[in-house]
Design a protein around this ligand. Structure first.
Ligand code: DON
Length: 315
């Protein structure tokens, strides 16, 4: 079997393996528009630096980026206002709590613990509020990182989040009262809700994962899109916090820097080797896609992608 055939066959097998677990999850309902997702959908896309692309299942299906936007939000903030400003507003430690938990804002520290949880992403977004068009700039960056200029907002999900996002609202107001947010909470929330509601597919996110894998350079064009020091920060936080309170288990079982979202996506990045995205709207209790999680696990095991695989890596 050729190298390309091996990858293609393994990806197909991964999707079939993961499909058997979909019944264990269910679509997110706390954002009413997401409840319309199809729990039977599953797909994946993998891209290597030579431009070879492999895909399977519902890989072209659009879904909202949700918390995967937290990585782009962080890149945007670090590019726009720099390290000191961003990390004066948000920390870099895992929480061990759910992605939408409010508890540590009050008990531990006023600054949210990291940019990959909702409170931390809202604080990160607030750093860019004084820019002329923060969402426009964020969207342009997303389009560039994903390699598709037609990426846009899912208006229905955005409005649904804005209407139903009372937990996020309470966190934002609490942070405003502690002067972590320098701007009006509603304005920051509007930016945050828009960021979460951008429509993508697995090809887009695999391309983004590949850019991260290649130190911020798009290997298909040779252009540097993100500076190395920013890429290193983002991938480190994907390892420690990218799967919320499931990050430790994911690191042990899968060992790929990754970020999940309640739209059903997981984006991952294997150093110098590939970008990977998987999708399936059925979620586990922690808000991670059951199907996408199992696709990552299967591929990591069968292609030797764990960051400590050493010589077992087949790519
Ligand atoms: O704010 C929220 O709750 C959603 N827009 C994003 C949460 C999310 O994706 C967590 N992911 N697993």
């Amino acid at each position: 079997m050729s190298h390309n055939e091996l990858i293609e066959q393994t990806l197909n097998n991964a999707v079939e393996y993961a499909r058997a677990f979909l019944h264990e999850g269910s679509v997110a309902t706390y954002i009413p528009e997401l409840a319309k997702g199809n729990a039977a959908h599953i797909g994946a896309c993998l891209i290597t630096p030579d431009g070879a692309q492999y895909h399977c299942g519902d890989w072209q299906q659009d879904f909202t980026i949700q918390s995967i936007s937290k990585t782009i939000n962080l890149i945007y903030a670090l590019q726009s206002v720099g390290y000191e400003k961003v990390f004066s507003k948000v920390g870099v430690e895992p929480t061990g709590d759910a992605f939408n938990s409010i508890v540590k804002l009050e008990t531990r520290n006023t600054r949210p613990l990291n940019p990959m949880i909702n409170a931390g992403a809202i604080a990160t977004a607030s750093c860019c509020m004084n820019r002329p068009d923060p969402f426009g700039e964020f969207l342009n960056l997303t389009r560039t990182l994903c390699g598709r200029q037609t990426i846009g907002l899912n208006e229905a999900v955005y409005l649904s989040e804005k209407k139903a996002g009372m937990r996020n609202r309470s966190m934002a107001y609490l942070m405003q009262s502690d002067n972590i947010l320098e701007n009006d909470a509603e304005q920051v929330l509007d930016l945050y809700f828009r960021m979460c509601s951008v429509n993508v597919n697995t090809q887009d996110l695999a391309h983004y994962g590949l850019v991260l894998a290649c130190d911020g350079v798009d290997p298909l064009t040779g252009k540097r899109l993100v500076e190395s020091w920013i890429v290193r920060i983002v991938k480190t936080l994907m390892v420690t916090c990218g799967m919320y309170d499931g990050s430790g288990e994911f690191a042990m079982k899968v060992g790929i820097p990754a970020k999940s979202g309640v739209g059903g996506g997981i984006m991952g990045s294997v150093e110098n080797k590939l970008g990977l995205a998987a999708f399936g709207p059925a979620l586990d209790a922690k808000g991670n896609s059951v199907g996408a999680y199992h696709i990552f696990e299967y591929l990591s095991h069968h292609l030797g992608l764990h960051y400590f695989s050493g010589k077992a890596c087949k790519i």
